[in-house]
Ligand binder design. Structure first.
Ligand code: NAD
Ligand code: UFG
Length: 361
């Protein structure tokens, strides 16, 4: 189904990545025209075909870097963008400790460059991908948006800085609107199994790691610590289905298009699961075994993250509707459909950073 020509146009940076690809599909399903910008540094152009199949229409996609202002100006000049959803960024906590300059450059400078390009184009609405990591080790769980921010690593600090940049921008000009969405722990995949999370190399995150172990691609999961002050001693997280996250972005875009101002909103279910509970849920949902061993704590981990998602209900009329079983089933389906694929190239060739992969319509 092709959305009507008058449908608002949304620029999605990082639209071929994990959460971005699901959001592109959800936006198209709600009649938005979507334009994607992605430098393919952590995704593949192979994602575009299943995204377009799920959208039922072509998606104008531009390969380039959000830190390249001229490139963004070209994209914005060719498309009548009404709002941007800014996913493009780096997200590995450990890498951020080793490469802080890269993290501040992509996550903060990338947001700054995008904001400047949007300002120049007169597009003053942005939905931003932030993270529960900005809370550091929260003193209160469930954690509300008003909790003090104390990010414990460069990744978290870069997200906090980008949030503050957008808040300052909104305070400086009443025409600007920004919603920073603080995701708790995204998991799962599209129920078709055609798009999902494809980590490069060894997965950092729990559910993709479990999926590879269950599929026989890795021998066992290492459970990082069983001596946390939680019911079974393993880390507790608030897992949220990526399809629910995608719906929240659709609601945030609609809100952005209707009003300016700065808002920060948690996205989680308010329900926590320990590592051992996730393992059992995965085993039960997929009738598989997930061998594991307990190893020492991972540096930088906190005992518990749990969202107070009241504000998301109030402002976006959103709540998480899919539970851990559905996340495990959908993650497993995607894993089965994507095992034994050839490894993807790590980065876009430097010689063609701004290649338009499909012309703007
Ligand atoms: P992802 O790596 O799958 O997606 C990010 C996309 O952005 C990729 O397609 C990548 O190629 C692209 N990209 C990276 N740098 C770019 C640049 N300079 N210019 C253009 N494109 C660029 O990650 P994701 O899990 O989909 O996360 C999306 C956003 O949500 C990120 O900003 C991340 O920090 C944030 N977030 C993710 C999680 C999580 O656990 N997945 C949790 C909280 C917040
Ligand atoms: N875990 C294991 N073994 C693994 C991987 C993870 O035991 O192989 C444990 C962790 O110790 C933690 C839980 O599983 O207790 C969840 O770990 P993840 O790595 O999946 O998620 P994190 O909570 O550490 O971080 C994730 C994203 C961040 C994001 C944060 C927001 O990676 O980018 O959620 O809550 F900011």
């Amino acid at each position: 189904m092709t959305p009507p020509r008058a449908a608002p146009c949304v620029l999605v940076t990082g639209g071929l990545g994990y959460i971005g690809s699901h959001t592109v599909v959800a936006l198209a399903g709600h009649g938005y025209r979507v334009v994607v910008v992605d430098d393919l540094s952590n995704s593949s152009i192979d994602v575009l075909a299943p995204v377009e199949a799920l959208c039922g229409t072509s998606v104008a996609t531009y390969c380039g870097d959000v830190r390249d202002r001229e490139f963004l100006a070209t994209v914005l000049g060719r498309n009548p963008v009404a709002c941007a959803v800014h996913f493009a960024g780096l997200k590995a906590v450990g890498d951020s400790v080793r490469m802080p300059l890269e993290y501040y450059d992509v996550n903060v400078n990338g947001t700054l460059t995008l904001a400047r390009a949007l300002e120049a184009a007169g597009v003053r609405r942005v939905v931003f991908s932030s993270s529960a990591t900005v809370y550091g080790d929260p003193a209160v769980a469930p954690t509300p948006e008003t909790h003090p921010l104390a990010p414990a690593n460069p990744y978290g600090r870069s997200k906090r800085d980008a949030e503050e940049l957008l808040a300052d921008l909104c305070a400086s000009d009443p025409r600007w609107g920004a919603i920073s969405l603080r995701y708790f722990n995204p998991a799962g995949a599209h129920p078709s199994g055609t798009i999902g999370e494809r980590p490069q190399g060894v997965p950092n995150n729990l559910v993709p790691y479990i999926a590879q172990v269950a599929n026989g691609e890795r021998p066992a999961l290492r459970v990082f610590g069983d001596d946390y002050p939680t019911p079974d001693g393993t880390g507790v997280r608030d897992y949220v289905h990526v399809m629910d996250l995608a719906s929240a972005h659709v609601a945030a875009v609609a809100r952005m298009l209707s009003r300016p101002g700065n808002e920060v909103i948690n996205l989680g279910s308010g329900r926590g699961y320990s590592v051992l509970e996730v393992i059992r849920a995965y085993e039960h949902a997929n009738d598989v075994r997930v061998p594991y061993e307990i190893v020492p704590r991972r540096s930088g981990d906190v005992p518990r993250y749990l969202a107070d998602a009241t504000l998301a209900g109030q402002l976006l009329d959103w709540r998480a509707t899919r539970g851990i079983d559905e996340m495990c089933r959908d993650a497993a389906r995607f894993q089965r459909m994507h095992v034994q694929r050839a490894p993807r190239p790590a980065r876009t060739p430097a010689s063609s950073p701004n290649r338009a992969l499909s012309p703007a319509s």
